[in-house]
Design a protein around this ligand. Structure first.
Ligand SMILES: Nc1ncnc2c1ncn2[C@@H]1O[C@H](COP(=O)(O)OP(=O)(O)OP(=O)(O)O)[C@@H](O)[C@H]1O
Length: 370
């Protein structure tokens, strides 16, 4: 147990893994609020952070398929951990069965829907190589928004899932109409009508949360990059041009011709420009990294504000990617100005130790080895 559990905190006390990635079986306890995980390359530092992420999100941050999480050649895996949230204890266990089925339990109670688990134990992963949010296509930024807003607002996730299911149905119907040369306009109108409420809900919430989030990202970026830039960020959605029904009416002929839904919240994006140029095309490597940190710290702040306690912060390999001063600033911000749990990986035990000591932070050191 932590020495200083406060009423408003979330903490992970321990974690055990079995047949997970490079670990056949291992357990760790986290007696301090700050943990440094050190070890040579490829020894499983990131895997440990990802196991924590998995317990919080029901999926890996890095791997798309659950099968990749199972120790090579083994059948099934298990991760379990004890969280304390606002003085209540929660034993969370995740199992991937031999047949690939995933099961989550909280205090022995099975989670009927994975979606119900999301947001219970909020966490933020900062993996500096993962700049796709900034450089990738719009789906990356939607994924970022959805992961964040789903943790803040459970109804957001429910409406988003409904929208995605109906979108698939609509696209199948459009395809069928083209293949069979059928005119199933009535059925199309029914689906359009059903999509109205989830589309409008998601659009409204994105508008609301992004207003705050984009402002926070902008401020953070200027602070991290250390210069005064003309940075502009904007939420872009086809729904800004009109309500759902009129949007679909306008695009119906085009949808039928292209056999898919060409407009909707599944096309939303966040546009970023720096000095009037498109950020993802012109920004330097360093600027992209700064932007990624700005996104993640803003995500951390929003979660903290909406939940009333800090999410667990997982910092992977940040020492390699930031200079000494920036690193100290970041650690000061997340470990000293915030009271949440922080786990940091690094290949150099001395470097990590010196950084925490300089900030006067008691910390626990974990070493991974082959
Ligand atoms: N399903 C799996 N079964 C067995 N080993 C795996 C599996 N998935 C990943 N690994 C192993 O895990 C190791 C990578 O672990 P991880 O990425 O956590 O290392 P790291 O300590 O963070 O390294 P770095 O310092 O390079 O980032 C690799 O050796 C990889 O082969």
């Amino acid at each position: 147990m932590w020495k200083y559990i406060a009423a408003n905190l979330l903490s992970l006390q321990n974690i055990s893994v079995f047949q997970y990635k490079n670990y056949l079986g291992q357990s760790w306890t986290f007696p301090e609020r700050v943990t440094g995980i050190t070890g040579r390359n490829g020894t499983g530092k990131t895997n440990l952070l990802d196991a924590i992420y998995f317990l919080c999100f029901t999926k890996s941050y890095f791997q798309k398929s659950d099968a990749q999480l199972v120790y090579g050649g083994a059948q099934g895996m298990r991760i379990s951990g004890r969280f304390v949230r606002q003085e209540e204890t929660y034993d969370v266990s995740a199992v991937i069965r031999e047949n690939g089925k995933k099961e989550f339990r909280v205090n022995e109670m099975p989670c009927e829907k994975m979606a119900d688990h999301i947001g219970q134990f909020p966490a933020v992963m900062v993996a500096p190589d993962d700049v796709q949010i900034i450089t990738g296509g719009s789906e990356e930024r939607r994924r970022f928004m959805d992961a964040l807003f789903s943790q803040v607002d459970h109804d957001y996730l429910v409406h988003l899932m409904t929208y995605n299911r109906l979108l698939q149905q609509r696209n199948s119907l459009l395809k069928q109409m083209a293949e069979q040369r059928s005119r199933q306009f009535e059925l199309l109108s029914i689906i359009d009508e059903q999509m109205n409420s989830p589309a409008s809900y998601v659009f409204e919430k994105r508008t609301l949360y992004l207003r705050q989030l984009l402002e926070e990202i902008t401020t953070r970026y200027i602070k991290i990059a250390g210069e005064q830039y003309d940075l502009r960020m904007q939420y872009e959605s086809p729904m800004q041009q009109g309500d759902w029904q009129s949007l679909l009416r306008r695009n119906r002929d085009r949808d039928i011709a292209s056999q898919r839904t060409t407009s909707g919240i599944h096309r939303d994006d966040i546009s970023i420009s720096l000095e009037d140029k498109m950020f993802r095309q012109t920004a330097s490597q360093g600027q992209r990294k700064s932007m990624l940190f700005a996104f993640r710290l803003a995500e951390f702040s929003l979660l903290k504000e909406k939940k009333g306690f800090a999410p667990i912060l997982l910092l992977d390999d940040v020492f390699e990617k930031l200079d000494q001063q920036r690193m100290q600033n970041l650690l000061y911000e997340v470990c000293v100005l915030n009271d949440g749990q922080v786990l940091v990986t690094d290949t150099h035990p001395d470097r990590i130790g010196e950084s925490f000591s300089a900030l006067g932070l008691p910390y626990q050191s974990i070493e991974t080895s082959r």
